[in-house]
Ligand binder design. Sequence first.
Ligand code: SF4
Ligand code: SF4
Length: 151
Amino acid sequence: MPIPEIGMFVSQKLPYHSCRRCSRCCTGKLIPLYEKDLERLDGFKSFYLPTTSLEREVTGAAYKMKMVESKCIFLDGTTCKVYDRRPDTCRRHPFIVTERRILISASCPGVDWSRENNELAYYKSLSSGISGNLDRFIETRSKFSGRSTRL
Ligand code: SF4
Ligand code: SF4
């Protein structure tokens, strides 16, 4: 089932993923930042902005990654300059696994639907910051129709 507002599909199974380093997930996306992410990136300056009220409602995050010309401030070509310290949102992409659902990015070319991925618990642990808010958003998304939020 597609959820166009957030550019994701709901799936029954977690497909296999092999990153093609296309950097689509670093371009024109909302990258919510949670406390753990800010701690991990401690020492870097001016890389985040406050979220809007809608973004906060969807993600539960008070901050988001700064984009410059629609690209993440840490993106250099197709390489992440802070790869080892990247936020959980980037680590779990293209999956968000909540208590109730598995969501798959509609735009990631590295998703391989022909093979199953057994790392469900890992992705679930990375989704903890967003899962409750996202579940609530999906359940009431009809009230947001016409508004667009890309995760
Ligand atoms: S969009 Fe998918 S394939 Fe492309 S860099 Fe991101 S995770 Fe990798
Ligand atoms: S922190 Fe790195 S992986 Fe995350 S969006 Fe920025 S460049 Fe991409």
